[in-house]
Every structure is written in C-alpha cells, then in structure tokens.
Design a protein around this ligand. Structure first.
Ligand code: GRG
Length: 295
C-alpha cells in the first residue's frame, strides 16, 4: 500500500519538476543553445535528486515553492555534469538517458556551453525576485555550490580522471565517490530540509542519511554497470571496465559490493530513524529504491 502511494507521489512530483524545468530552461537562448540545454535536461532521467529534495521538504513541512526551485536547481547541476562527463575529453560516451549524448547531437562546443549555462541557470532558479526569503536563497545556493564544486562533484571527477588504471584502495575509492556522486545526493536531502525547520540533531541525522544513501547510490551504479544491458540503463553498460576504472565491483567483488550497498541502506535508514521525523516515509522509501533499482 505504502509503495503504491509512494509511486503516485513520485510520479506527481516528477511531473511537477518537468513542468517547472520546461518553463525555466529557455528555448530561445541564442544560436541553438536553448535547444541543447533542453535536450540535456528535459524528459529524461529518474529525477532521484529532485525527489530527495521534495521528500525532505515534506518531512520538515517546509516551503514548497523553495523546494521546487531547489529540486530543479539540483537536477540542472546533475544534468550539466552528465553533459560534460559524456564529452570526449572525459568519459567519451555516445548514449545517455536512452538518447545520443548532447555533444553527439549538437557538437562539442555547444555541449560545453549547454553545461555551463545549465550550471548558471541552477543558481538563477534559486534566486527569484520574490517568493523565497533571501536568507533561504543564500543557504540553498551555498549548499549547492559546495556540493558541486572543488570539494564535491568537480573535485571527485578530478580524482576519477586521475585514477584511471590505478589500483585504488577502498578508502580512496570511497573518498572519490563521496565527492563525485555522494555530495550532490546528500545536498539534495539537505536543501529540502533547509526549506523548513530542523533541530541541529535532526540536521545531522539527515546529513548522515544523505551521506549513506549517496554512497549506496554509487555502489549500486557500479554493480549495474556490470550486470545490466545498455537498453535498461539508457547509457553504455560496461563503461567502467572499458575505461579501466576502479569501482566497488573491481575493489570488493560483486557479492561484497551487493552486501555493502545493503549495509549502506541500513545505515541510511538508521540515521533517518534517529532524526525522529515522523513524516519521512518517502525519504525512507527512496533509500530502498536507490538500492533496489535496476537502472
Ligand atoms: C563533469 C564536473 C563533472 C562531473 C561529472 C556525475 C559525474 C561527475 C559523472 C557521471 C558518471 C557516473 C555514471 C557517475 C555515477 C553516478 C551517477 C551520477 C549516475 C548518473 O545518475 P543517475 O543514475 O542518472 O541519477 P539519471 O539519468 O537517472 O538522472
């Protein structure tokens, strides 16, 4: 019953995010840039990060308008990272979200600019003239900037590119993924929480929840890379092996990686229980879904 209700909630929120992005990502940006931006972010992806923002906001009874903006902003940062990651100078991939990648469709220069413009648009979306209190705007911008920048996603990507072919130990692998994938997922939870009131203990518990969930997401991503087909993933399967990249599967082995993902899910659920938030059912189900997903 809860799962059926969750599916309805998730579908409605995915639609709300799509409608908002549709309105905020400009079709008329110069010289075809808007088309490349919209191709990169609209109508695709699981929208896990927006759902985390909106579920966390709901758990703290926060400001819906601010959370919808935060949900779209974090998805714009995520989509920009995918566009840049797929480019020949990085992962060099041709398939993303079941379609040709942005540089394949629009050329490399336009893909780079589309990613740049999506990143800037994320912060524009977070700072409307009215409707979101200025202090909250600043808080949301700060959380997102820290997760996306050198200490978070971009830093993790730098470690990733530098570690191709190297035998990383689990500690270094964990640090890389905390930054590259985990930071944005954790900040999704915290941006949602920032839209309402929390005690310091609740904030710390939600941070621990997001931290464990973020890492679980990556462990599962590494597992799916070797267990699923490209059609299911919507992106090229087996890329990590092809690129000679260390992953949780290469470092721990498939079975241990599966156990690790389940342990991280349990840690996430324990942290959520510690928060004492009584309206956190969707956050809890999202943690389960992250581990149970097949794409
Ligand atoms: C270019 C600064 C910069 C960073 C790139 C996100 C990233 C860093 C690289 C993507 C490589 C990758 C596959 C990482 C694994 C985790 C991940 C982010 C998977 C894609 O996210 P999903 O599964 O994708 O949420 P959808 O399409 O569903 O949104």
């Amino acid at each position: 019953m809860k799962r059926a209700e969750f599916d309805l909630w998730a579908r409605a929120e995915q639609d709300a995010v799509e409608v908002a992005l549709e309105a905020w990502v400009p079709a008329d940006a110069p010289a075809g840039l808007g088309l490349a931006m919209r191709y990169g972010v609209l109508d695709g992806g699981k929208r896990v990060r927006p759902l985390l923002v909106l579920a966390a906001c709901q758990a703290v009874h926060g400001l819906r308008d601010a959370a919808l903006r935060a949900a779209c902003a974090v998805e714009l940062i995520h989509a920009y990272s995918l566009v840049h990651d797929d480019m020949p100078c990085m992962d060099n991939d041709i398939l993303r979200r079941g379609k040709p990648t942005v540089h394949v469709q629009f050329g490399e220069a336009q893909a780079m600019l589309a990613g740049d413009a999506m990143q800037a648009l994320a912060f524009e979306v977070l700072t409307p003239d009215t409707g979101v209190p200025p202090l909250l705007q600043a808080r949301l911008c700060s959380l997102l900037a820290r997760a996306a920048g050198h200490a978070g996603m971009a830093g993790g990507q730098a470690i990733d590119l530098a570690s191709i072919g190297l035998p990383l130990d689990e500690h270094v692998l964990r640090d890389m993924h905390h930054r590259k994938t985990g930071a944005l997922l954790q900040t999704s939870v915290l941006m949602g929480a920032a839209c309402g009131e929390t005690t310091a203990d609740q904030w710390d518990a939600l941070a621990a929840f997001g931290d464990a969930l973020g890492l679980a997401f990556q462990v599962v991503d590494d597992i799916l890379d070797v267990t699923q087909a490209s059609e299911t993933l919507g992106k090229t399967a087996g890329k990590d092996v092809d690129n000679n990249k260390p992953t949780y599967v290469t470092v721990l082995g498939l079975q241990a990686a599966r156990r690790h993902a389940a342990d991280l899910r349990d840690q996430a659920q324990a942290a959520l229980a510690r928060s004492g938030l009584t309206d956190a059912a969707w956050l809890s189900l999202l943690a389960d879904k992250v581990v149970e997903r097949d794409n």
